[in-house]
Ligand binder design. Structure first.
Ligand code: ADP
Ligand code: MG
Length: 764
């Protein structure tokens, strides 16, 4: 029993170990399943990533559609798509496998085998327990047999005890009988003697028998003692045997209980294990199901993505194909287009050519027309125009009544000016009057048409006339900040020439000269003191030219500024008092514009003469002598000559006395023909200058009025009135000594000019 118990214990330990092993295996399996699910999840993740990449790639491709490597991208995409599809298929296979495994769990898995082995072991254990139980039964039987034997022995012991009791009974009865006999014998003494003898004889015999009986009794008693000892031993033996039996029984019971417990425990453990296993399997199954679901969802997502990708791919492919077709057809199309474009272009060029020819023809005609129109306009306006410009009152005019303003204007007529002279208001009408506030810009605007006509080949003269300090130099030269006509005219010429540069080549040159005391000097030459002569061109054209007069070619405003600066510096260094000198000399800026029409070969030459005249004030009155007188005479002569020439021109006389002064002689070709002349009469508005102002305005009005009177056109007036007669009916009209020079009588001329003015008024 002990051995079997030990064996059982060992078996139990082994079983426990096996159980542990099994648990470990179960855990390993779980781990396996977990890792498998993780792997699957990872695969799904990568698939998702790839899908995202694909989507990005597609969007990028879509944005790049029309790029040059669209084909490559498409191929790449298709390959990627194919690979993805295969991966999908593999995934699906794996999934199917997994599902199958889940549906038929543990068909041939090691766990089942383990389970079977365990079951077998259990059954073996049960068998062994059965065997042990059989052995126990055997042992029980043996005990029974032994008990039976013991009962037999007891029975036998009882029998022998009964026999002994019987023997004792019998012996005690004979003893009693013997004692009774003795007692009876004693009571009968003779007899007794006899008897005694007999008894004695008998007694010896009885004594012997008694001895024998006594020994026998002794023996029996010994035997009984022995038997009692044996019985006692037997009883003791029985008792110990019974104890042992009880012990054994208890032990058996204990073992059985232990076995039962072990069995129960084992069953429980088995159950727990089974439950654990089932739970694990269930968990794994549910987890796998969840994962499966997720995978399914992912798969569905992937599938839908694929489904959406496919049409995109299809459209992409379609687009690509159409693009490819277009690209293939492009060279042909391009050639075709180029051919047609070329044809169109050549046709258009042809058309443009013919249009150009037509336009050129029209343009020339227009040019002629314009020239004609311009001439007509200028003729209508008068080839010689007279403007008046009143300067503002300056600080130099001083203060008080002498510096009071004596000039007013007509609000409705910008050609009329009123002068308050000695309490009387005298009105003058010119072509235009600029009030003191008129800017250089405004003045130039009225002049610029004349300047541009220079480009068309006209000769132009612009004179600034007036007493010293009336603003001649300001109008012609201006200041650096606010330039006058000279610089503005050249700027305008430059810009006009630039505008026509497409068809014309122009060369602009400038000369600067000065006429002082009837001597012509070059302001830009190397030897300014040298007196220049005016000569007739030897080509017989009748043109005049000044040999040795320096000409500078100018192309920009910077060039002109340099030229002006140069001339100015020359003049400053040559003169001790420039202001005085300049007021006694005529300053000329001669701009020549030579043009060549490249298309026609037509050449034009226009001259623009900008003249800052000497002061017109009557110096002679103050009783000047010597050089001052000479200066005054020269100025008087030249201004008179200018007036004569202009008068002759405006009245269209046959003879124009150009040769009466250097100035008119020099400007002959710029004053005659269809040349244009502008006389800017400068006027000071100060009260103290009214006499000179009156003279200047009279000069202006006379110059202007000559042509307009119908009679004056044909008038045969001998000469222009001298400076003195310009004073009109001023108190000093009697020939002053200073400027007296050969001229018709003052009264005559005065009345003539008055008649001219009347005629002007009557003719409207
Ligand atoms: P002129 O040359 O006739 O002797 P200036 O041109 O030298 O006269 O002018 C005399 C002064 O009057 C100069 O200081 C000049 O700046 C000024 N002046 C002349 N005209 C104007 C004007 N329109 N506006 C402002 N100042 C002027
Ligand atoms: Mg001046």
């Amino acid at each position: 029993v002990m051995a079997s118990m030990a064996h059982l214990q060992k078996e139990k330990l082994r079983l426990q170990e096996e159980l542990l092993e099994l648990q470990e295996k179960l855990a390993a399996r779980e781990n396996n399943e977990l890792s498998l699910s993780l792997q699957l999840q990872g695969q799904v993740e990568t698939l998702k990533e790839k899908l995202l990449e694909q989507a990005q790639e597609i969007s990028r491709l879509r944005s790049e559609l029309g790029g040059t490597d669209a084909e490559k991208h498409r191929d790449l995409l298709a390959a990627e798509n194919e690979r993805l599809r295969q991966e999908m298929k593999a995934c699906e296979g794996e999934l199917r496998e997994l599902r199958r495994q889940q549906q038929a769990p543990c068909r041939d898995c090691p766990h089942l085998q383990e389970n079977a082995g365990l079951q077998e072991q259990l059954s073996q254990l049960q068998r062994e327990a059965e065997e042990t139980r059989a052995k126990l039964v055997e042992l029980d039987l043996e005990v029974q047999q032994k008990t039976n034997r013991l009962a037999e022995v007891e029975l036998r012991l009882k029998d022998s005890l009964a026999e002994r009791a019987e023997e004792e009974e019998r012996l005690s009865r004979r003893l009693r009988d013997s004692q009774e006999t003795i007692a009876s014998l004693k009571s009968q003494p003779q007899q007794i003697k006899y008897i005694i003898k007999t008894v004695e004889v008998e007694s010896t015999k009885a004594k012997q028998a008694l001895c024998e009986t006594q020994s026998r009794n002794q023996y029996l008693q010994e035997q009984v003692g022995m038997q009692k000892q044996v019985l006692k031993e037997m009883e003791q033996q029985l008792q110990s045997s019974q104890k042992t039996e009880a012990q054994l029984r208890a032990q058996i019971m204990m073992y059985e209980a232990e076995l039962e417990r072990a069995h129960g425990q084992m069953l429980e453990e088995m159950q727990a294990m089974e439950e654990e296993k089932n739970r694990a399997i269930e968990e794994a199954f549910s987890r796998a199901q969840v994962e499966m679901k997720a995978v399914h969802e992912n798969l569905a997502g992937v599938r839908t993505n694929l489904l959406t990708l496919q049409p995109a791919l299809r459209t992409l492919t379609h687009d690509y194909n159409s693009l490819k077709r277009q690209v293939r057809d492009f060279p042909l199309l391009l050639q075709e287009t180029l051919r047609s474009a070329r044809a169109e272009i050549s046709q258009a060029i042809e058309e443009v050519h013919s249009t150009n020819r037509e336009l050129l023809r029209k343009y020339r005609r227009e040019l002629q027309l314009r020239k004609k129109c311009h001439n007509e306009l200028v003729r209508l306006k008068g080839n010689i125009r007279v403007f008046g410009r009143v300067r503002p009152i300056t600080k130099e005019d001083g203060e008080g009544p002498e510096a009071a303003n004596a000039v007013t204007f007509d609000a409705d007529d910008d050609a009329v000016l009123h002068l308050l002279h000695k309490g009387k208001q005298v009105s003058f009408e010119l072509d235009k009057v600029f009030p003191p506030q008129a800017s250089q810009e405004e003045v130039f605007q009225e002049v610029q048409a004349l300047v541009t006509s220079c480009i068309d080949g006209y000769n132009v003269c612009i004179f600034a006339y007036g007493q010293t300090g009336a603003g001649k130099t300001y109008t012609m030269e201006g200041t650096a900040a606010n330039p006058g006509i000279n610089q503005r005219a050249l700027q305008l010429l430059f810009s006009e020439v630039r505008g026509k540069a497409a068809d014309w080549d122009y060369a602009i040159t400038v000369s600067a000269a000065e006429i002082y005391n009837e001597a012509l000097r070059d302001l830009l030459g190397k030897e300014p003191q040298e007196k220049l002569e005016i000569k007739l061109c030897p080509d017989g054209s009748g043109q005049l030219y000044v040999p040795g007069l320096t000409e500078f070619r100018v192309q920009s405003v910077e060039d002109i500024n340099k030229v002006f600066e140069f001339g100015h510096v020359k003049r400053v260094t040559e003169c001790t008092n420039l202001n005085e000198h300049s007021s006694r000399s005529h300053a000329l800026l001669i701009v020549t514009v030579r043009g060549l029409d490249r298309s026609t070969g037509l050449r034009t030459t226009g001259k623009l003469n900008l003249v800052d005249l000497a002061g017109s004030e009557r110096v002679g009155r103050s009783g000047a002598e010597g050089s001052r007188l000479r200066e005054a005479q020269h100025i008087n002569k030249s201004l008179s000559a200018l007036g004569d020439v202009i008068y002759a021109l405006r009245s269209r006389q046959g003879h124009v006395p150009f040769r009466n002064s250097k100035l008119t002689y020099l400007l002959q070709d710029s004053l005659s023909g269809d040349s244009k002349t502008l006389m800017m009469v400068q006027v000071s508005p100060a009260e103290k200058n009214t006499s000179e102002t009156l003279c200047s305005l009279k000069f202006a009005e006379r110059v202007r009025s000559v042509e307009l009177g119908p009679v004056s056109r044909k008038a045969e007036l001998g000469s222009w009135p001298s400076q003195e007669h310009l004073e009109g009916d001023s108190p000093g009209s009697a020939a002053p000594p200073g400027r007296g020079h050969a001229s018709p009588s003052p009264g005559q001329l005065s009345s003539r000019s008055a008649s001219i003015r009347r005629k002007l008024h009557t003719s409207g």
